[in-house]
Design a protein around this ligand. Structure first.
Ligand SMILES: Nc1ncnc2c1ncn2[C@@H]1O[C@H](COP(=O)(O)OP(=O)(O)OP(=O)(O)O)[C@@H](O)[C@H]1O
Ligand SMILES: [Mg+2]
Length: 398
């Protein structure tokens, strides 16, 4: 199969040996009805690989059903995957088809497979081996004809060691593994990717595009890009907006990649790009928001009780690690270990803090739950549960 054709159809850009190895694997295994595990860091293009596998299989005319295993609450995951019979739950008013049935004759893409609960993993193994599954509440099993592509950015063997992933399912899945390389291992693809993202973005937003000077691209090749292609794409789009359609120079790239720290000292409230992994930058922005909110609360409290405010006391200290993330832009008293000021103690519970952090983070990421869960350091499933628990579903509007 022709690699160029695969690239054109899937939109996978690149000419490095590393990406060619991935495309060769896709060409080789796509037409064969075998399950495939796609691994790689976040933002490397695992979903694009899954799409390419489907597009180049004999199932291409049938559905590709994508399931984010990490986002479905534990209580309903089996009914989502395998369906349920009428009456299986109190509110199950009719039979419901699951994803495995909907994907019949096509491909099912199980994204974030490492997040699947252990009990569900047994059932996945069964359907992978025999095509059989039993809807929740049913007494007989059904058959489906699906090709399984699974993806993860976790180290599944480590999960197996820790008892979080079944060994038998791991062995069943890993026979054909496509490892998508990190962007820092294929920097020669950066120029093509930048060109593609810049053109797509300027075209769809009607912005004049004057290009990047070659030295600017060279500078971009030295950045670590821990968020991989997703981070590069966001960077290209933001620099084009911030530099207002100018030809992009080395100086602009450097400024947007690193020197922003200086500006953030002047106004800590402004969201800025930082020379650090996106997760760390996002975390810093959220902490900063929480810090400012605390300041507001303190300000109002002092104003209400004393009619005046002592500004020196508003340097709210932050716990250990977070303190490092925020210095030097906020002048944190490193001697002190507490995040919450003494006069707030007694007024707030851990739940209050958690609810506030979740609500504000969701708003910050415009309701993107994956990004919210990541930056708060919780699984998507836990986030869904907390949203439900705090009734945030109704409150958050973007
Ligand atoms: N080779 C490529 N050429 C062009 N765009 C790409 C390429 N690889 C990835 N992208 C783009 O980068 C972004 C991230 O890709 P994708 O969602 O497939 O990553 P992922 O590995 O599934 O990440 P995660 O683990 O976070 O889910 C998407 O916008 C995708 O279109
Ligand atoms: Mg993905």
């Amino acid at each position: 199969m022709n690699i160029e054709r695969i690239q054109k159809a899937s939109g996978m850009v690149g000419r490095s040996d590393a990406i060619h190895k991935v495309l060769d694997m896709v060409a080789q295994v796509a037409p064969v009805d075998i399950s495939v595990l796609v691994t790689g860091e976040s933002g490397t293009g695992k979903e694009l690989v899954a799409k390419a596998l489907h597009q180049n299989s004999k199932r291409a005319q049938n559905p590709l059903v994508t399931v984010n295993c990490g986002a479905i609450p534990e209580g309903i995951i089996e009914s989502e995957l395998f369906g349920h019979k009428k009456g299986a739950y109190t509110d199950a008013r009719g039979d419901r088809k699951g994803y495995f049935e909907s994907a019949n004759k096509g491909t099912i893409f199980l994204d974030e497979i490492g997040e699947t609960p252990l009990e569900t993993q047994v059932k996945l193994l069964r359907v992978l081996e025999s095509g059989e599954f039993t809807p929740v509440g049913a007494s007989t099993s059904k058959k489906t004809d699906v090709r399984v592509v699974a993806a993860t950015n976790k180290d599944l063997s480590e999960l197996v060691e820790n008892g979080k992933f079944r060994q038998d399912l791991f062995y069943r899945l890993k026979t054909v593994t496509i490892e998508v390389p990190a962007l820092r291992h294929r920097v020669e693809d950066i120029s093509l990717l930048v060109e593609r993202f810049a053109l797509e973005f300027t075209r769809s937003n009607d912005i004049v595009y004057r290009g990047f000077i070659p030295e600017a691209i060279r500078t971009m090749k030295t950045n670590p890009w821990k968020g991989n292609i997703r981070e590069l794409k966001n960077f290209v789009e933001s620099i084009i907006v911030l530099e207002k359609g100018e030809r992009i120079t080395v100086e602009m790239v450097e400024r947007n990649l690193g020197n922003i720290k200086k500006e953030s000292t002047q106004n800590p409230a402004l969201p800025m790009l930082m020379n650090q992994p996106p997760e760390a930058a996002e975390r810093e922005l959220i902490l900063r928001q929480l810090f400012l909110l605390r300041q507001d609360v303190e300000f109002l409290k002092q104003f209400a009780t004393q009619g005046s405010v002592v500004t020196d006391q508003m340097n709210v200290p932050i716990i250990g690690q977070e303190a490092n993330a925020l210095t030097p832009s906020l002048h944190i008293d490193s001697e002190s270990e507490y995040f919450i000021q003494n006069n707030s103690i007694g007024d707030m519970s851990l739940e209050d803090l958690e609810r506030e952090a979740i609500e504000r983070t969701l708003k910050f990421f415009r309701n993107n739950r994956r990004a919210t869960a990541k930056s708060l350091g919780m699984s998507e499933r836990t986030l869904y549960r907390k949203i439900d628990q705090y009734g945030l579903e109704r409150k958050i509007k973007v």
